[in-house]
Design a protein around this ligand. Structure first.
Ligand code: RIB
Ligand code: CA
Length: 310
């Protein structure tokens, strides 16, 4: 029985790897892929998402629906250092794209699908949470009809990857993140840097990819990401942030989670976008998030490579 999901992406290099994993796993009935302003502009994220579905040469039509072209309240904050000007590390630049986004607006389609399939849909969010925040503002009742929301975002014990305290997706739109965290979504899972930093794609993994076009794409799209990661972290690898969120939807056993109260800073000079986890229950607030604390990195990388080779 395939799992009904919707992906929300700001396709960038790792979002693209997440889409590859989601489609190649054949374990999802992907009801749509919504795009959001984040790593790159909305239009570029949308074009990149079209390119990835075209690369996959899949028959079944997966709709791509455009969403927010900027954060709820803040200016865009692109991450071209990691993802390149094009968002895919310079890969697929000369691809002739025929796939086009569907009509409609992401927040409306998220609402429509959740109401059409109550208690069946898992949302997997791998960009800033603007589209989900807009959907919740417009139709609060979806809180009780969405099966689960899994999002790549935040960091609870380590440092940030865009400021000393904050992870990129939370930093770009902290108001959206705050709205999502406080909406009362019963099954909300945070896949933060604490675990995604351990899900490192290495060159040896790329060498295990069997499909030549896929292997060539993964190698080309991650080349600059590898370099940036080495410069910043002294590690020959690149973190599979977004693919791990997909991985959690495929197999919850690859992570260990615990429920805590988590909030996000939106009014700080230094710490905007910081996700704060009340590990000691000091605030005496009801836990609102399943926090990923550990990951079986080897199991995840095996899952990633096996599915891309399927
Ligand atoms: O912090 C990593 C996250 O920010 C990933 O989703 C990456 O694609 C960027 O959006
Ligand atoms: Ca992303």
């Amino acid at each position: 029985m395939t799992k009904k999901v919707m992906l929300d992406v700001d396709t960038g290099v790792d979002d693209a790897l997440g889409i590859l994993l989601a489609v190649k796993s054949r374990q999802f009935d992907i009801l749509g892929i919504t795009t959001v302003n984040g790593n790159v502009s909305l239009d570029t994220a949308t074009l990149n998402t079209c390119k990835i579905l075209e690369l996959l040469k899949i028959d079944d039509e997966i709709s791509i629906i455009k969403g927010a072209n900027k954060p709820l309240k803040r200016q865009s904050f692109f991450e071209h250092r990691i993802h390149g000007q094009d968002g895919l590390g310079g890969a697929l630049l000369d691809m002739k794209v025929t796939k086009k986004p569907a009509t409609g607006f992401a927040a409306d389609v998220i609402i429509e699908k959740i109401l059409q399939y109550p208690d069946e849909i898992t949302l997997i969010m791998t960009g800033p949470l603007t589209n989900l925040a807009l959907a919740l503002e417009k139709s609060p009742e979806i809180v009780h009809k969405v099966k689960e929301v899994i999002f790549m975002g935040g960091v609870l014990k380590g440092g940030g990857n865009v400021t000393p305290t904050s992870e990129y997706n939370m930093y770009v739109d902290p108001e959206a993140a705050k709205l999502v965290l406080h909406a009362g979504i019963p099954e909300l899972t945070l896949v933060g840097l604490d675990v995604t930093r351990l899900a490192l794609l290495m060159k040896k993994h790329i060498q295990q990819l069997k499909d030549p076009s896929l292997a060539s794409y993964v190698k080309k799209s991650t080349a600059d990401y590898f370099e940036r990661y080495y410069e910043r972290n002294g590690v020959e690898g690149c973190a599979l942030h977004d693919p791990l969120a997909i991985g959690v939807a495929l197999d919850k056993k690859i992570v260990t989670t615990e429920r805590y109260f988590v909030d996000v800073e939106t009014r700080s000079e230094l710490c905007d976008g910081q996700t704060v986890c009340d590990f000691q229950h000091r605030l005496e607030k009801k836990p609102n998030v399943n926090v990923c604390l550990e990951v079986d990195s080897e199991a995840f990388l095996n899952l990633f490579i096996e599915n891309l080779n399927s």
